[in-house]
Design a protein around this ligand. Structure first.
Ligand SMILES: *[C@@H]1O[C@H](CO)[C@@H](O)[C@H](O)[C@H]1NC(C)=O
Ligand SMILES: *[C@@H]1O[C@H](CO)[C@@H](O)[C@H](O)[C@H]1NC(C)=O
Length: 445
């Protein structure tokens, strides 16, 4: 067992471990509530100080500590001074920190916690005034946890030609990491999908050829393989994953817009044609909704669509209308579809108009990545939080591009190799292969 995850579910606390072998990346529930409460202070400290601890909010870590103490307050409350500094306190919402941490009785009663609170306040202030800096990754109070899922931005069109660039986004640190494989050839207007440990890069166009070829990337071994080609060449292809198949729908083969669809089964390495769609469609999008593959036909202006099965289940919303091109303008508008109510609702507009961008969900945030704004391709990234109903600016990519494809890979055993570096060069020797560094600079447009 290489790493621990602490997960909150709405009603109970569960600690889980991850078997970090490449064959089994699934989450194995190891410790349930009862044994969590029996952990020694040293064991609990070891867990909560790890970068691998999978928490979106540090509040969860603090509350786990309180839960552990309250199991035996007399004997455990003095351990708050050992445990509190392991919480990335300065990353908490200020309000939560002031009301729940600073005012907590165990914390107030502990002399040793006082400097921790003062340092956290200072770090929080600096972070607010100056934004995150590289040194924040070495300070235990501001160091972001490792992300559970990595967002890959793959290929696209950049500076008048296709690119092979791949950047990995670390949502917890808000940083992009250049993970381009130089040997791979450029592709734009392709699809990308994650299925059973592999990223598939499907179809596309390189300014000369329209592709039916499919590349498979293993993010753990960092190897590339060509798998069986599709029946048709497809650029502007819509791709989605459902029930262990990859579906590739519509697109343009260089001559005509296609109304055909096919699906790929990894076990047999075969593409099989499926029933044709009602209308010819390229530039459209596929979405997975309650186990059905549907085409977003009713909304013609939608250039790019989204889909997220789990998110649909979680929020009963599906963001299918984000940006796009209405024939005259690049759009900033976005709408969310509720499959339960079968209704559309407008959400706030993006900061930037764009079409041909990448779109994905990470940590419950909807990211829109790059694209074309009507004048130029962009490296700008923004994300929408359903809870606050607002868009936020995320860190720019290093490379401006449109016609890229995004794909989210969860639970990587080697997630640290795709995440922003948490340390300045210390610990580098522990990694067998580090070929890139965090993209922290902002390039001129
Ligand atoms: C890492 O950064 C911190 C803060 O900027 C600095 O104090 C420390 O010396 C650096 N360590 C190394 C090994 O460069
Ligand atoms: C990303 O890495 C590739 C391969 O190492 C390199 O050729 C390219 O210049 C890098 N791009 C940026 C923007 O740093």
């Amino acid at each position: 067992m290489n790493c621990w995850l602490l997960q909150t579910n709405l009603t109970s606390w569960v600690l889980s471990g991850v078997a970090a072998s490449s064959s089994s990346r699934s989450c194995v529930w190891i410790i349930v509530l009862a044994s969590f409460l029996e952990l020694s202070v040293a064991e609990l400290k070891d867990i909560i100080e790890k970068d691998e601890l999978n928490v979106k909010q540090e509040d969860a870590v603090f509350e786990a500590i309180l839960k552990w103490i309250s199991h035996d307050p007399q004997n455990r409350k003095q351990h708050i001074s050992v445990l509190l500094p392991k919480v990335r306190l300065a990353l908490m919402h200020a309000e939560y920190f002031m009301n729940n941490v600073k005012m907590n009785d165990y914390v107030k009663d502990s002399e040793e916690c006082k400097p921790v609170i003062i340092n956290a306040l200072k770090a929080m202030y600096d972070l607010n005034m100056n934004g995150p800096s590289n040194s924040d990754f070495t300070n235990p109070l501001t160091r972001p946890r490792l992300p559970y899922a990595i967002l890959f931005a793959i290929g696209g069109w950049s500076g008048g030609s296709p690119t092979n660039a791949i950047e990995a986004y670390d949502a917890r640190a808000d940083r992009w990491v250049n993970v381009t494989c130089e040997e791979e050839s450029p592709r734009a207007y392709h699809g990308a999908a994650y299925l059973k440990g592999y990223v598939y890069i499907i179809g596309g166009f390189d300014s000369v050829d329209y592709f039916n070829s499919v590349k498979r990337f293993d993010p753990v071994k960092k190897t590339w393989h060509q798998v069986a080609p599709m029946h048709s060449r497809r650029c502007y292809v819509s791709v989605t994953v459902l029930s262990n198949f990859i579906y590739a729908m519509g697109g343009f083969d260089g001559y005509v817009r296609l109304n055909t669809a096919e699906r790929y089964e990894p076990e047999t390495n075969q593409w099989t044609l499926i029933a044709p769609m009602h209308e010819q469609r390229s530039d459209a999008s596929a979405t997975t909704l309650y186990g059905k593959v549907k085409n977003q036909g009713e909304r013609e202006r939608c250039a790019t669509a989204v889909l997220f099965a789990w998110s649909t289940v979680l929020h009963f919303f599906c963001y299918s209308q984000v940006g796009g091109f209405d024939g005259a303008n690049r759009l900033r508008s976005a709408e969310a579809y509720s499959p339960v109510a079968n209704t559309w609702r407008t959400i706030p507009t993006m900061f930037n108009p764009r079409s041909n961008f990448g779109i994905e969900v990470v940590d419950d945030l909807l990211f829109v990545v790059g694209g074309f704004n009507g004048f130029t391709t962009t490296f700008n990234v923004e994300c929408y939080d359903e809870k606050t109903d607002e868009w936020y600016d995320a860190h720019d990519m290093s490379i401006y591009r449109s016609a890229l494809s995004c794909c989210v890979v969860p639970g990587l055993a080697n997630v640290g190799e795709y995440a922003a570096r948490r340390d300045n060069f210390t610990g580098l020797a522990l990694r067998d292969e580090v070929k890139y560094s965090a993209s922290t600079s902002t390039l001129p447009v």
